[in-house]
Design a protein around this ligand. Structure first.
Ligand code: AP5
Length: 181
């Protein structure tokens, strides 16, 4: 699940996973929990997350490799917030190949930056200040939009209108997934 800050990735991840009975991997959530628990990963990631910067690719790739090694991923999964750079997208394919898995579809929640910013500010997490959100949006534009160009020519990209109520977004995702398969 791809999208900018506040685009609804986490919201849709929970809905789809509970409907499909497969685990959801929320990268932002994993990082936030690691920070609260003050683990090795948390210590490394903290300065980046708190300033809205991207955690270095090498650390993220290692984190995802470890997560995908866990038993619960054997029968499918949905992840959100990853990949967030073209390099991560490419590396994810290598990791999945190593594990005998593959990525079927990348779902992109498309909506205006103003709406993403408004939703993020309303949520008021520690790293949801205007300045940090603006930095996250900037990085989304510069580093994550190119990920679309990785999946589009591979015919894996679904573009969904994220600027509608959560039920309607979910319905559109499910519709597009069933048309796709
Ligand atoms: P992360 O936690 O993933 O932050 P984010 O991508 O900025 O996304 P958000 O969690 O803010 O939003 P969301 O799209 O999940 O929307 P949500 O469903 O919550 O990452 C945090 C940080 O970790 C990054 O800044 C970076 O430092 C680091 N990081 C993470 N992944 C990384 C990676 N791969 N590489 C490097 N660094 C990484 O919804 C938002 C709000 O809107 C909620 O209040 C919700 O109720 C509401 N809402 C949702 N859908 C709708 C709707 N359809 N209509 C109205 N309201 C809605």
């Amino acid at each position: 699940m791809l999208g900018g800050p506040g685009s609804g990735k986490g919201t849709q991840l929970k809905r789809l996973c509970s409907r499909m009975g497969i685990p959801g991997i929320s990268v932002g959530e994993i990082l936030r929990q690691a920070i609260v628990s003050d683990t090795f990963l948390g210590k490394k990631a903290k300065p980046y997350v708190e300033h809205g910067e991207l955690v270095p690719d090498e650390l993220m790739i290692q984190l995802m490799r470890l997560r995908l090694l866990q038993e619960d991923t054997q029968n499918g999964w949905i992840m959100e917030g990853y990949p967030r750079t073209a390099f991560q997208a490419e590396e994810l394919d290598f990791v999945l190949e190593d594990f005998g898995q593959r990525l079927d579809t990348a779902i992109y929640l498309q909506l205006d930056e103003a709406v993403m910013a408004e939703r993020s500010i309303e949520r008021s997490r520690h790293d949801d200040t205007l300045e940090i959100i603006q930095r996250r949006l900037e990085l989304f534009r510069e580093r994550t939009i190119p990920v679309l160009a990785y999946y589009e020519p591979r015919q894996k990209l679904l573009r969904v209108n994220g600027n509608q109520p959560p039920d309607a977004v979910e319905a559109e995702i499910r519709q597009q997934l069933s048309d796709f398969s």
